[in-house]
Design a protein around this ligand. Structure first.
Ligand SMILES: Nc1ncnc2c1ncn2[C@@H]1O[C@H](COP(=O)(O)OP(=O)(O)O)[C@@H](O)[C@H]1O
Ligand SMILES: [Mg+2]
Length: 259
């Protein structure tokens, strides 16, 4: 197994209109592991995934994917957005959603071929959604919609999988089934990273955890990260953390940490 991390995050800071939401975050997400990102609402968890994907300008730091500039590796990163960010009324079928993962690697004049169709079919089978392939995504239950987005990620056959609360609002059977698919992905060498909302299952489901609240509170083996001390730090200190960061920014009178 390669020593190069799937995702290397160095000194990452991100601001929305001059308000820092991530501050000097350092951590690596390894290949062949499932990592949880946990932290209170507004901690910057979704922002961290979007920063890895290059959706947002960075105030400082960098992200590398498999040792290379993230921008050059985006086809190797599969992303499942948080439920709330998807327009579930968009008129598109289950099969088309999953096929989108295959278009990314095609030149604009090419249509998906037999292999692409096979990959899509297999991904749908893996999540148990083949018989719903022709349905519109608006017709599905919440759990089925989550499974379709997981299938889309699988069809991309990436090295790195970023999932934003994939288990939110689904029943426990679907959750366990999705988890076992993610475990298989990690076992086959991928770096799998999930924003996870349920602190009770973190050490059971994940090898590694990043506890985040604007800053990195703790990172390491999941059971160690979720010590009472760390949880208190992350969940009760939120306003203080933000104020402190804002104060530092004011003193330095600039947003960027690296100019
Ligand atoms: N597009 C945006 N514009 C301005 N502020 C945003 C935007 N997206 C998120 N935020 C703010 O950034 C902070 C972190 O958000 P987010 O990364 O979504 O947190 P989490 O996923 O941990 O709940 C929150 O305070 C949120 O209100
Ligand atoms: Mg979020």
């Amino acid at each position: 197994m390669s020593e190069t991390p799937g995702v290397e995050i160095h000194d990452l800071s991100v601001s929305y209109s001059h308000r820092p939401v991530l501050w000097a975050v350092d951590c690596d997400f390894s290949f062949a592991e499932i990592t949880a990102i946990v932290g209170p609402n507004g901690a910057g968890k979704s922002t961290l995934l979007k920063s890895i994907l290059g959706f947002l300008p960075l105030s400082s730091g960098y992200v590398k994917i498999d040792g290379a500039d993230a921008a050059e590796q985006l086809s190797q990163v599969a992303y499942v957005p948080q439920r709330e960010e998807v327009d579930w009324d968009f008129p598109v079928s289950v099969r088309e959603v999953v096929m989108m993962a295959r278009y990314a690697g095609l030149p604009f004049y090419k249509r998906p071929g037999r292999e692409d169709k096979e990959v899509v079919q297999n991904a749908l089978a893996q999540v148990g959604m083949e018989e719903h392939a022709s349905k519109q995504i608006s017709q599905l239950s919440g759990g089925q919609q989550q499974r379709v987005f997981l299938a889309r990620a699988l069809a991309q056959q990436a090295k790195v999988y970023l999932l934003d609360e994939p288990f939110a609002g689904i029943d426990i059977t679907t959750e366990r089934k999705m988890l076992s698919i993610l475990e298989d992905l990690a076992a086959s060498g991928a770096a799998v990273v999930c924003v996870h909302h349920d602190l009770n299952t973190v050490s059971q489901y994940f090898h590694t955890a990043l506890l985040l609240n604007v800053r990195k509170v703790a990172f390491g083996p999941a059971a160690e990260v979720l010590s009472q001390e760390n949880i208190l730090k992350a969940y009760s200190g939120q306003p203080r953390t933000l104020n402190e960061v804002a104060e530092r920014l004011k003193q330095r009178q600039f947003i960027k940490r690296e100019d």
